[in-house]
Design a protein around this ligand. Structure first.
Ligand code: FAD
Length: 338
């Protein structure tokens, strides 16, 4: 593990509620580090419904989920949070006065208090059960497309039947040398308009539909893919010559390691005192979807309010003996805002 970085508050989860907690802590002069499994901030809003409008955010009659995340990032930015993305928090330990978090990338963050804003758990792509796939991940097998240009002139196998598979097949058909779409059913689950577009591209020979087939084996060396072997339901195999594979089999959510940290659980949630959002462990607070108490409403709105409650409850831990001179968020409170 790397040398620990120290901060006032470590936030587990960069969903809407974790992001707003950065702002609320910042207003009370507490600096934050934020850790998330996903590559980009936004939690469920970014991963599950970036294009969907939300109608119940105060002051916004209608806002796209992706846009809401952008606004929250901008609101938090003056407080200079440090984001550690693409890594899951695996371990929580008490080290003297500090709470220490360790991630799957060996990042170690020590903080005076922890805010668990981990939603429904860590999101991760569903990995197809292919032998040795880990060796190819990040080199020639990807679960997200960040830069479509990386696929220029590549021979790409896209697997799956949902919107991600459809959207990327359509987009990459223009860039890649070859696009195979492997799906195990004749019917796609995505938007009818996208299905029609894909069929048209297939008709024009711009993509090749490999249906009904399932991924069976990867061939290549040193993480560089050479072929994807697919299989039909009668055991018939064929090898698709390809140097990239994009499996789109959805995301799964898993509370995972959080279960083993000694926190009181109520099924998939952490039990908190609603007046402080503190869990059974002193200095560990939980907010947003992961926090539960009687009559809890699982809404972004509720999570925002819990972020403020937790920040105020944490303040005396970070600034012991200092009386809280509460101010409203006039321009005075927010750095760089005039
Ligand atoms: P999340 O958004 O779930 O974010 C939690 C983050 O924590 C995730 O990014 C996850 O990867 C990360 N994480 C978890 N465990 C770890 C770990 N161990 N290490 C590192 N990172 C971890 N709510 C509304 O108020 N209005 C709506 O209109 C609305 N529409 C919705 C529509 C859909 C389709 C869905 C699915 C939900 C909707 N919701 C809506 C609910 C809303 O999205 C959630 O209440 C909200 O996302 C909760 O925010 P959060 O920050 O608590 O958690």
């Amino acid at each position: 593990p790397e040398a620990p970085v120290r901060t006032d508050v470590a936030i587990v989860g960069a969903g809407p509620v974790g992001l707003f907690a950065v702002f609320e802590c910042g207003m009370l002069k507490m600096h934050c580090h934020v850790i998330d499994t996903l590559e980009v901030p936004g939690g469920q809003c970014a991963a599950l419904y970036p294009e969907k409008p939300i109608y119940d955010i105060p002051g916004y009659p209608r806002v796209g989920a992706g846009e809401l995340i952008e606004q929250l990032l901008e609101q938090a930015a003056p407080f200079e949070p440090v984001y550690h993305m693409d890594q899951r928090v695996e371990k929580l330990e008490r080290v003297g006065e500090w709470w220490r978090l360790t991630t799957t990338r060996d990042t170690v963050v020590e903080a005076k208090a922890i805010i668990m804003a981990a939603g429904v758990g860590a999101f991760g792509p569903n990995r197809p059960p292919l032998e040795n796939i880990q060796a190819y991940e990040g080199k020639s097998v990807f679960y997200y497309v960040t830069k479509p240009e990386d696929f220029r002139d590549r021979s790409v196998v896209i697997a799956g039947g949902g919107d991600s598979a459809l959207d990327w097949s359509i987009l990459l058909a223009e860039i890649a040398r070859k696009v195979y779409v492997v799906h195990r059913r004749p019917k796609f689950r995505g938007a009818p308009d996208s299905v029609a577009k894909l069929q048209a591209l297939a008709g024009a020979g711009q993509v090749e539909l490999v249906i009904p087939y399932q991924l069976h084996r990867l061939e290549g060396r040193d993480g560089e893919l050479e072929a994807v072997v697919v299989r039909d339901f009668d055991g018939g195999e064929k090898a698709l010559e390809a140097d990239r594979l994009l499996p789109f089999f959805g995301l799964s959510m898993d509370l995972g390691p959080i279960r083993d940290w000694g926190l009181d659980l109520d099924r998939q949630t952490l039990t908190v005192d609603p007046f402080t959002c503190e869990t059974n462990l002193p200095g560990i607070h939980a907010i947003g979807d992961i926090a539960s108490y009687r009559n809890k409403l699982k809404l972004i709105l509720t999570g925002f309010s819990e972020a403020a409650t937790a920040a105020h409850a944490i303040y005396p831990r970070v600034h012991p003996g200092e009386e809280l001179h509460w101010e409203y968020s006039t321009t005075k409170g927010v750095p760089g805002r005039a």
